[in-house]
Design a protein around this ligand. Structure first.
Ligand SMILES: Cc1cc2nc3c(=O)[nH]c(=O)nc-3n(C[C@H](O)[C@H](O)[C@H](O)COP(=O)(O)OP(=O)(O)OC[C@H]3O[C@@H](n4cnc5c(N)ncnc54)[C@H](O)[C@@H]3O)c2cc1C
Ligand code: SF4
Length: 503
């Protein structure tokens, strides 16, 4: 039969309230979902990431069928597999093909090229649209996250008292940078796990069979793959970890994967959770006195501010954004990014988390792995590919601006006004990693020189001309200026031999 409407649903669009599903007529319309081998293998992908997407899709398809809708599901190992998303859609005759705006410019461009009449619906999951973002940014020389965030606070009325921010300040970040101290983080509430059901176990077997060479393992997969599971994770976070979310947001503790982070990015990015309900639950906890303002403001800022801001950057600047490489970084990532086999304790811990769970918390992403990659001079797109391959929550719209922009400064200052450059001293202050490491974060040269510290000074020296023009780098450049020629030459030699040893 020829459908009136065929709705293409992608793996990160598992939202029962999506606009694309409005007004569906089960007698005349149908849905198509495809486990496309191309999407699973255009980069080598972590096995848990593949399980996550396919298991969540299969559960969602079952729920749609439960609503009486017709779903054509092309399973990768089924009777009618389709190698690409377009091939899956093209199998079914329709008067019009509809899709929610995909989270990847490449996918949208590919679908548009193949189906010129494609109807693209706004993604209602998000709190702002790219057009609104453009309007807010219009006429400003610089448009930073804080400008956008305040506008969004005013628009939503969240954490507002009339025209003023609740508590008198817009941003309580200064209260959220405490290290743990020698006693460590203490007892952290454990993260709940979602036991794989029969559908998920079947997908786990399929991934081991079909992608034996993919990185990581399916063993221990415990991510929520249904809305019900995701809601249980949200409740657990609000009740147990949100109260501690603020204070130590920037701290790292060896072996502690979750700390007080929410670990909701996966469920949010697959659209199993809605950002409104997530923020509303946090704000309610503050209003009821169950969580302090610094925790709740910090959490809301990540979603209403950062998450929406990077999406605005992505959709208003692609595809040119992906080609930016302001620092001219050309190197490959060192091989240990794929194995976690390194004697740098901070990297071994962070990379170990990524390879085992497909997750590391924000400060490890930014100030350990991201920092090392930037100081190393890795090409921003290779760092982005590494993220897309291994992180469960990586989707192009969110990964690219965070990696290329925030962490690698490849956009020259669009997402963040200065590079997040630091030496081993920062990691030493914010974590316990250096205590168990063979290197000394204070040393830039010599037998115990910390690679972060060596590469940090070398990085500043290599980009001196550029960074001297950035007012926010004044202090760092003044410190560089105190180093004499002999010191700088020794640092350069140490950096060169490090590159030869680790490259
Ligand atoms: C180099 C780098 C790469 C990143 N790649 C991704 C990615 O692929 N996917 C992704 O969702 N986030 C990414 N982030 C942002 C952030 O690190 C993750 O959202 C966060 O660590 C997810 O863990 P969580 O749910 O425990 O977050 P929490 O610390 O609990 O924060 C709450 C929520 O805020 C949102 N959030 C926080 N910071 C950001 C941000 N900078 N951009 C967008 N959303 C944010 C997330 O939805 C997150 O779930 C990246 C950050 C960096 C520095
Ligand atoms: S000494 Fe350097 S390499 Fe070792 S844990 Fe500290 S920052 Fe990392």
């Amino acid at each position: 039969m020829t459908y009136r409407r065929l709705i293409l649903i992608l793996g990160d669009q598992l939202d029962h309230r999506a606009a694309v599903l409005d007004g569906l007529d089960p007698a005349r319309d149908a849905i198509v979902m495809t486990e496309a081998r191309e999407e699973a293998s255009y980069l080598p992908q972590h096995k848990k990431r593949l399980v996550l997407f396919f298991a969540a899709m299969r559960h969602f398809a079952a729920e749609l069928r439960g609503r009486g809708l017709t779903v054509h599901y092309h399973a990768l190992d089924g009777e009618a597999p389709a190698a690409t998303l377009a091939e899956g859609a093209a199998r079914h005759a329709t008067e019009s093909l509809h899709v929610t705006q995909p989270g990847d410019w490449r996918v949208l461009a590919g679908l548009r090229a193949r189906f010129p009449g494609l109807v693209v619906h706004d993604d209602r999951h998000f709190l702002s649209t790219p057009a609104e973002f453009e309007q807010l940014a219009a006429g400003r020389r610089r448009f930073v996250m804080e400008d956008f965030y305040r506008a969004m606070r005013r628009r939503t009325g969240w954490l507002m008292e009339g025209d003023a921010p609740a508590g008198g300040r817009w941003n309580l970040d200064a209260e959220n940078r405490k290290p743990f101290g020698r006693e460590g983080p203490g007892l952290v509430p454990p993260r709940p796990t979602a036991e794989p059901d029969a559908i998920t176990r079947e997908v786990m077997r399929m991934i081991e069979r079909e992608f034996p060479g993919a990185p990581g393992s399916t063993a221990g997969f415990a991510e929520p793959v249904t809305r019900a599971d995701a809601l249980a994770h949200l409740r657990d976070f609000i009740d147990h970890r949100l109260p501690g979310f603020g204070d130590h947001q920037d701290a790292i503790a060896t072996g502690q994967r979750t700390l007080w982070h929410s670990r909701l990015s996966v469920a949010l990015n697959l659209k199993l959770l809605d950002s409104r309900e997530v923020c509303a639950a946090a704000i309610e906890a503050w209003a009821d006195g169950r969580a302090p303002l610094n925790a709740v403001e910090g959490f809301v800022r990540q979603i209403l501010g950062w998450r929406e801001f990077v999406r605005g950057i992505y959709w208003t600047r692609m595809p040119a954004y992906a080609r930016l490489n302001a620092l001219g970084a050309e190197a490959d990532l060192p091989g240990f990014f794929w194995t976690a086999r390194t004697d740098m304790a901070c990297l071994a811990d962070g990379l170990g988390a990524v390879l085992e769970e497909g997750y590391a918390h924000h400060i490890q992403r930014l100030m350990v792995m991201g920092l090392f990659a930037m100081l190393w001079g890795a090409h921003p797109l290779r760092v982005h590919d590494w993220h897309m391959a291994l992180y469960l929550d990586a989707v192009d719209w969110v990964s690219l601006p965070n990696v290329l922009g925030m962490s690698q400064h490849g956009d020259g200052g669009i997402v963040g006004t200065k590079p997040y450059a630091a030496s081993g001293a920062y990691i030493s202050r914010m974590s316990d990693c250096c205590r168990g490491c063979r290197y000394d974060p204070r040393d830039a040269t010599g037998p115990r020189a910390c690679p972060f510290t060596t590469l940090y000074w070398d990085f500043l020296a290599r980009h001196e001309g550029r960074f001297r023009r950035n007012r926010r780098m004044t202090m760092q450049m003044a410190n560089l200026g105190r180093k004499n020629g002999a010191e700088l030459a020794a640092i350069r030699a140490a950096a060169d031999s490090l590159r030869a040893r680790l490259g």
